[in-house]
Design a protein around this ligand. Structure first.
Ligand code: FUB
Length: 465
């Protein structure tokens, strides 16, 4: 069902704000990039926070929170999943987990992390336990990285009023759950990933382990929240949100999963217009990537955050380089195949559109008005596409889906007429000829027509004669 646009004004103001964000975030960057050159923040259809990336089967799955539009607190009702196989075109998988999934939970879908074990996906999240009013850690499970997720045990896994779980499975198979704010805790998870052995252990927050916090606060070290634990070679890393507020991202290392931890310094300084930051780190196709959030979208700030990513390389001794926020983001890893079905909600950048669940499965792009567009980056047309097919629906009179190269007003290489279909979820396929789409290009789906909402798009695909 169509509902009134939630963020129409936000997306309409995007071009201006991206120029401001570029200047604020990256002193070394071109001070006046056009929005079509930016890839950060990687999601522009909604506000997202607390990124937790997971590499599975040649794709990056990105688990995030969702800051509601206009929030003046961490007003978060659901978690969201996105995926990409090239780090720039991100597919929206909607919300397969929300507060209501946990019958015992009341509110606050805050920062979690998902991992895979034996073909199942376990998502650890903090949420308020309705019975106690305290933050607890719940665990949801699914057979697919995109869900649907269900409450694995029907009650909190652990509860001590603290937040931000991260889970790490060591090379010997032992899994650990870490979490905490203001303290830092861990438990050893059992192989079933939904129970644990022993009791929660409090990690000693020492200046040697986590850095000394300047100023006479009641928190002795820089550790604030948002731990992210992993192993690289024989070294264990704990990346965390440091100091408050505003936070920066720092890290410690240890010879084992339970320490002793040694503070190693800042990774990402305080930047980007959000007083929190929250990191996730992965390796993917031979490169390392650092996910974080900031307030860079129009209307963005501490409670309306957006996830971004940077590619980086570890120093030779395993330490982190300093990583700054940029609007350029990570370079594309590979290309996008236009001859395979592509979801319309696979987006590098966009202007004006939003997404919603589609009646034929997955998500579709909607709220499309005259002049809106979607950028799909690095599309490998090869010798040339001859036709374009899209799955479309319209409760109004439809419009035109234009194919343009290089920019929303770039060379037009095709245009499909979209008819009214009698409903926003009444789907039909339209096909039109394509001419001049060769090599690897940024493809813009540009939508034109009359006033009001024009049509929805579920997926598209090119063909060669
Ligand atoms: O998103 C809500 C809270 O803000 C998270 O749990 C913290 O890590 C901070 O990012």
């Amino acid at each position: 069902m169509k509902t009134p646009p939630r963020s129409r004004r936000r997306t309409a103001a995007l071009a201006l704000a991206v120029a401001f964000a570029a200047a604020a975030l990256s002193p070394a960057a071109d001070p006046s990039p056009s929005p079509v050159q930016a890839d950060n923040p990687i999601i522009q259809t909604i506000y997202t926070a607390d990124p937790a990336p997971l590499v599975h089967d040649g794709r990056v799955y990105l688990y995030t929170g969702h800051d509601e539009d206009g929030s003046t607190w961490f007003t978060m009702k659901e978690w969201r999943v996105w995926s990409s196989d090239d780090m720039v075109n991100w597919t929206d998988h909607g919300s397969p987990l929300d507060v209501g999934t946990f019958a015992w939970a009341r509110q606050d879908a805050w920062a979690g992390q998902a991992v895979e074990r034996n073909g199942r996906f376990y998502w650890y999240v903090p949420v308020v336990n309705d019975a106690t009013g305290r933050m607890a850690i719940g665990v949801a499970v699914a057979d697919s990285p995109t869900g649907p997720f269900r409450d694995a045990i029907g009650r909190p896994l652990v509860e001590n009023g603290e937040i931000d779980p991260t889970v790490f499975i060591d090379t010997d198979g032992q899994a650990y759950l870490y979490w905490g704010n203001p303290n830092l805790w861990y438990v050893k998870l059992n192989a079933d990933m939904v129970s644990y052995s022993g009791s929660a252990t409090r990690i000693a927050l020492t200046a040697q382990g986590f850095g000394a916090r300047p100023g006479g606060t009641d928190r002795p070290t820089l550790y604030e929240e948002g731990p992210w634990v992993y192993k690289r070679g024989s070294l264990y890393y704990m990346v965390f949100s440091a100091q408050c507020c505003s936070e920066f991202i720092a890290y410690s290392t240890a010879p084992g999963p339970t320490g002793p931890w040694t503070y190693r310094g800042t990774i990402m300084p305080t930047q980007g217009g959000s007083f929190t930051n929250h990191a996730g780190v992965i390796d993917f196709e031979g490169s390392s990537y650092f996910f974080y959030h900031n307030g860079a979208l129009p209307g963005g700030g501490g409670f309306t955050r957006s996830v971004a990513v940077e590619r980086f390389a570890y120093n030779g001794d395993g330490t982190f380089p300093r990583i700054d926020m940029t609007t350029a983001g990570a370079p594309q890893s590979g290309t996008l195949d236009p001859y395979a079905r592509q979801e319309a909600e696979t987006i590098a950048w966009q202007s004006g559109v939003e997404t919603e669940p589609a009646s034929e499965g997955g998500m579709n792009v909607g709220w499309i008005e005259n002049g809106d567009w979607i950028k799909v980056e690095g599309v490998a047309f090869g010798a040339g596409a001859s036709s374009f097919t899209a799955r479309v629906a319209s409760a109004t009179a439809g419009g035109t889906l234009e194919l343009r190269l290089g920019g929303p007003n770039g060379t037009r290489v095709g245009a499909c007429s979209v008819p009214g279909t009698g409903g926003w979820q009444t789907w039909t396929s339209v096909t039109c000829p394509v001419s001049g789409a060769t090599g690897t290009q940024d493809l813009y789906l540009r939508f034109t027509g009359g006033s009001g909402y024009l049509f929805n798009v579920d997926w598209w695909r090119c063909a060669v004669r």
